[in-house]
Design a protein around this ligand. Structure first.
Ligand code: ZN
Length: 243
């Protein structure tokens, strides 16, 4: 049994396509999406439709998804995120808004728990510190919790109690050694760890293997689409740097 896991697509069709083509080639059995399908980028509808067409999909909403369907106040966001959300709300079809509206904020399955932010606050908490990870370890009952939200991939295990940030490699492989593990799967469509490549993870349940993968995509094309949509320049620029 293997899962292809990804998060924070943020309406970036070019990055999503590369990630899903890769996961398909790897023949994953199921998909997990940790939210923030929309916001920031130029293709909200295409991204929602593609993700919801995946077989064996588990998906939770992120804070941008909630805001895009009117379930989170826009004052919560910084000005560029807010401008992009106002644009996204106008673009999103009612059918796609309804798909986002139906999602549970936490999925606790047999092999994994999935949230956007953290077990404690599934939509909103940014897991940056080891202390926060430690506090969250007892708040889910599966061996592994998958999350996103910070756009910075990491693995935190109850065994070594260390946050091993994945370095800038094309593939980083870890084996789950602790009883409890928190995996931040990074971001597909707006990485913020200094690597502009799309990020995703494959979880092989039988051998407890977690593989972080970085994939190049044509971010210039995404940027070209953002300009005529008048999306904020800072959001366009950051795709170049992955920051
Ligand atoms: Zn996000």
């Amino acid at each position: 049994m293997s899962y292809g896991i990804f998060s924070d697509v943020h309406s970036n069709w070019e990055a999503l396509s590369v990630v899903l083509e890769y996961l398909e080639r790897q023949k994953v059995d199921s998909y997990i999406c940790c939210g923030d399908i929309v916001g920031y980028g130029p293709d909200p509808n295409k991204c929602v439709e593609k993700i919801f067409s995946l077989k064996n999909l588990s998906v939770v909403p992120g804070n941008h998804d909630k805001a895009a369907i009117g379930q989170k106040d826009l004052s919560w966001f910084n000005s560029s995120a807010r401008l992009a959300l106002i644009w996204t709300i106008k673009q999103l079809s009612s059918e796609n808004a309804e798909l986002l509206n139906k999602l549970p904020t936490t999925i606790a399955a047999d092999n994994f728990t999935a949230v956007h932010g953290s077990a404690r606050a599934p939509i909103d908490e940014y897991l940056y510190s080891s202390i926060q990870c430690e506090e969250n370890l007892n708040l889910f009952s599966t061996p592994v919790l998958f999350c996103g939200h910070t756009h910075i991939p990491f693995i935190y295990s109850s065994e070594d109690r260390k946050s091993n940030l994945s370095a800038i490699e094309t593939e980083n492989i870890f084996f789950l050694t602790g009883e409890k593990n928190i995996i931040n799967v990074g971001s597909v469509g707006q990485p913020r760890d200094g690597d502009n490549r799309a990020c995703c993870v494959i979880y092989n349940v039988a051998n407890k293997e977690i593989k972080f993968i970085r994939l190049e995509y044509n971010f210039a094309l995404t940027q070209q689409k953002m300009m005529p949509a008048n999306l904020p320049a800072s959001l366009i620029e950051r795709l170049t740097h992955g920051m």
